[in-house]
Write a protein that binds this ligand. Structure first.
Ligand code: ZN
Length: 478
């Protein structure tokens, strides 16, 4: 993987001299697309963010932002670009993004090389186009428009774009450092990071309507290693009634075939309620009244794997190993790894006890390989509604729904400090393009980039209030 991505990186910079095609006149390409194209060309696979970070922070400084570097680790680069210097201590509205990208990967069948930043067919192509450099460009360019305002009027709050390292591998070199060491300096009152997006075909009644999912909580991962030892003397030609491989496979079957208990947390209840409001009709009525229609709703939700995983704890078997040996010798031990994803309110010990009971073998040893800490969900508050208003200004008539993300990201470092954190790529984008994230041919339409920029612009506008007055006050008082 590493060698491959290096090769692609080399080819991009050797052979890709011009990076715009499909536009008759280069002048018609918006600044946002050109900036994103350049940012993508500064490849920044996790652990090698520094050059890209230096490039983007230099752009920010040249545009007139107050820039601070928030790290002293050699393998990471985190920086802020703010309307006011951080040391003024103003309450801070933070726009979060990450510098790092995943390796090129894939089988090499790219339409345009993954670090070329090619602008073609009305899209910007390459690693990070959606995840997450496109978002950084939207945030920075939206903020540029308020530099003058901030200089003329002493706003009661700061707005900061925060770019961090290491998101793709757990945030240890990025958001973790920022929240552990620089939180007082940053002084965030709200964080808008990545998360959901706007997608079509959510509503049965009106499939063309855009619905934006803003993540307010997440399912946390719990990785378990299950090991079992059994002294079975034997030869594969005469199978004993019980031996580790057979026992383990049978008990793993019991886990994956179990009837997963459905739990509606406060977040999923809100999510289905809001969807029910948008949906209307009988389906909407059922979604708004889950208790009343539970049997009907639950059996329908269980048929949709994504929905079912949002209302239950899941287990995926990701490894089964036995010590290497000849094919006719029965092994004495076996190990399996489970990737479990727990609902926010689930208790780890109770969950492990349930797994252990289902496995039904007293000799079984269960070790926790990794567990994400419990983080309280962000409650829907004023900052959510500011975002909703901004979205609806740019996409009139669209729906906005608070959601639970199936996996965690940097947002949780801020949530764990009690800071309201909302996750959304403020872009309406077809699912087939979202599927290019971490995949070949990652790309974002230039139009979506411009619309996302407009959402951040409107969000700041909503925050400031049209008369720079009353609307801004509740924030400074919080
Ligand atoms: Zn990301």
């Amino acid at each position: 993987m590493f060698r491959f991505s290096c090769l692609v990186f080399f080819l991009c910079f050797t052979f890709s001299s011009g990076s715009v095609s499909g536009y008759g006149d280069n002048d018609t390409v918006p600044h946002s697309a050109r900036l994103l194209s350049q940012y993508i060309r500064h490849a920044s696979v996790t652990g090698r963010e520094r050059m890209a970070g230096l490039y983007f922070s230099t752009v920010a400084r040249q545009k007139g932002f107050h820039v601070e570097i928030l790290t002293d680790e050699p393998d990471s680069y985190n920086f802020t670009a703010s309307l006011y210097p951080l040391d003024m201590g103003k309450p801070n509205i933070v726009f979060l993004n990450h510098i790092d990208v995943v390796p090129a990967g894939g089988n090499g069948e790219y339409t345009h090389p993954p670090f070329s930043g090619m602008i073609a067919d009305g899209k910007v192509w390459g690693r990070g186009a959606i995840d997450n450099k496109g978002m950084a460009v939207m945030q920075l360019l939206a903020l540029v428009e308020f530099l003058e305002v901030a200089a003329e009027i002493d706003l009661p709050f700061n707005v900061t774009m925060l770019s961090v390292s290491g998101e793709e591998t757990g945030g240890h070199t990025g958001a973790k450092i920022v929240t552990n060491e620089f939180l007082d300096l940053l002084n965030p009152v709200v964080v808008y990071g990545e998360g959901g997006a706007g997608i079509p075909k959510v509503l049965k009644r009106d499939p063309e309507n855009k619905v934006f999912g803003v993540s307010v909580t997440f399912k946390r991962s719990l990785w378990l290693e299950l090991s079992l030892q059994m002294n079975t003397s034997g030869h594969g030609s005469v199978p004993p009634s019980s031996y580790v491989v057979q026992d383990k496979v049978q008990s793993l079957n019991r886990i994956t075939e179990r009837n997963r208990k459905v739990v509606f947390s406060e977040t999923t209840r809100n999510m289905f309620y809001e969807l029910g409001v948008l949906e209307g009709g009988f389906r909407g009525l059922a979604l708004r009244n889950l208790r009343l229609f539970r049997p009907l709703v639950v059996s329908a939700m269980k048929r949709e794997e994504i929905i079912y995983s949002l209302i239950s704890n899941t287990v995926t078997i990701t490894a089964i190993n036995t010590p290497k040996g000849p094919p006719n010798i029965i092994p004495q031990e076996i190990m399996a790894v489970l990737d479990c994803r727990l609902l926010p309110e689930s208790n780890t010990n109770e969950f492990i006890a349930k797994i252990s009971k289902l496995m039904g073998n007293s000799e079984l040893e269960i070790n926790i390989l990794h567990e994400e800490p419990k983080v309280p969900p962000t409650r829907v508050d004023d900052y959510y509604f500011y975002l909703k208003e901004a979205l609806q200004r740019v996409y009139p008539g669209s729906g906005v729904v608070p959601i639970m993300a199936p996996a965690s990201n940097d947002n949780n470092y801020f949530r764990s400090h009690g800071i309201p954190t909302y996750g959304l790529l403020p872009v309406f984008i077809p699912v087939y393009l979202l599927e290019t994230i971490h995949n070949v041919d990652e790309r974002i339409p230039v139009d979506a980039l411009e619309k996302g920029l407009a959402v951040y612009r409107e969000l700041i506008d909503v925050l400031i209030g049209s008369d720079y007055g009353d609307k801004a006050l509740p924030i400074s008082e919080k």
